[in-house]
Design a protein around this ligand. Structure first.
Ligand code: FMN
Length: 356
């Protein structure tokens, strides 16, 4: 595996920032977009499902080879079949993909996934985790990382799983501090991140509801973790990684206005333009992103309400003009935190509900 080096930020003592893997979001166009707004230190691809007939697909390969952010990218695998995991690692090697490492998904909460004992389903069986981690550690020449939750429906295996992470020399652990059953909306149990960071020799990235610079700093202070992994909040606020870096360096932190958000929506539209997508499905795909952006626009949720009813680019432009530009809104600051009480959409915070 032609291991890409880690960036200077990782060596300079600043906390790390990482893009959380998100199915149908952290693909090539979104990674390229983040490159423009301020890429994180580490990127993770969406998960690649490993099974008896799986073979790396072109969009996955493109996201690794062409993101152009200059940042290291980790490919995430999800699976439990040892021969197929080994075969996939060999394929990554044979294709000489420029990855910084290989990440294992042990957290996906979609029932159709965990029922097959992959993703979050693995957390029920430490003995199986032992086999999977052993197999991957043995097969991977370079960095081997794991992303997991604190347990399946409780924390009874948490310490045993940390022991396995240590036993198999995992190079980095990203911990989404909820159980699989808690999915995406419950409180995040940051104390488990602290426990993992105290116990493990490898760096630990905190994940779950890191919504702003202030929340990021609070998480670092509270957990003493090595860095922050951010998912949904970088869809809402693509400047968040730049803001964190400025904050860590003691520099003034950029504050976007609603006019900047308007431009971001144009960039998103361009990035998600795809030959195979007709105009209506393009608008509908945009709504998956705008459901998160809209959490930072107005307290009464009018942007979200109107945006969800758009059927064309012209409708969307009119909604953006009304809510982000007119009546002096353009110069208003985009709120640092999502506005309380608004939700992205029932079920839209989960990969399966969102069908992103
Ligand atoms: C739309 C969507 C897709 C996701 N896909 C993946 C995935 O492919 N692999 C993974 O490990 N986690 C996935 N997750 C979970 C995120 O990586 C992250 O753990 C979770 O969203 C919590 O972080 P956040 O509060 O910063 O969003 C996904 C989450 C969302 C919202």
């Amino acid at each position: 595996m032609p291991l890409t080096p880690l960036p200077d930020a990782l060596i300079s003592g600043q906390p790390w920032t990482a893009l959380a893997p998100m199915q149908d979001v952290t693909n090539l166009p979104f990674m390229q977009l983040l490159g423009k707004y301020g890429a994180p230190d580490l990127l993770f691809t969406e998960f690649f499902r490993v099974h008896g007939h799986s073979a790396l697909d072109q969009p996955m390969i493109d996201s690794i080879c062409q993101h152009g952010t200059g940042r290291p990218v980790f490919i995430q695998l999800i699976g439990e079949s040892l021969p197929d995991l080994e075969r996939t690692v060999a394929e990554i090697d044979a294709r000489k993909l420029p990855v910084a490492g290989i990440d294992l998904n042990m957290g996906c909460p979609a029932p159709k996934v965990y029922k097959k004992n992959v993703g979050g389903g693995l957390l029920r069986e430490p003995a199986k985790i032992d086999q999977v981690l052993g197999c991957l550690r043995n097969a991977i020449d370079g960095r081997f990382t794991v992303k997991m939750r604190i347990g399946f429906d409780g924390d009874e295996h948490f310490d045993a799983i940390l022991d396995l992470v240590e036993k198999h020399d995992v190079d980095l652990l990203s911990l989404h501090a909820r159980t699989v059953k808690e999915a995406y909306r419950s409180e995040v149990h940051y104390e488990y991140i602290k426990r993992a960071a105290e116990r493990l020799p490898c760096p630990v990235l905190a994940n779950g509801n890191i919504t702003s610079v202030a929340k990021g700093q609070w998480t670092l202070d509270e957990t003493h973790c090595a860095g922050l992994m951010i998912g949904r909040s970088c869809i809402r606020n693509p400047w968040i990684f730049r803001q964190l870096r400025e904050h860590f360096a003691g520099q003034p932190v950029f504050r976007p206005t609603l006019a900047d958000v308007r431009d971001y929506i144009d960039d998103l539209f361009e990035a998600t333009t795809h030959g195979k997508r007709d105009a209506l499905s393009h608008i509908n795909y945009m709504k998956k992103f705008l459901n998160f952006v809209g959490l930072g626009v107005d307290t009464d949720g009018q942007f979200l309400h109107d945006m969800r009813r758009t059927k064309s680019k012209a409708d969307l432009d009119a909604v953006c003009q009304r809510h982000l530009i007119e009546h002096g809104r353009a110069q208003q600051l985009f709120p640092e935190e999502p506005i309380k009480g608004l939700i992205a959409r029932p079920n839209c915070e989960t990969p399966q509900g969102c069908q992103l």
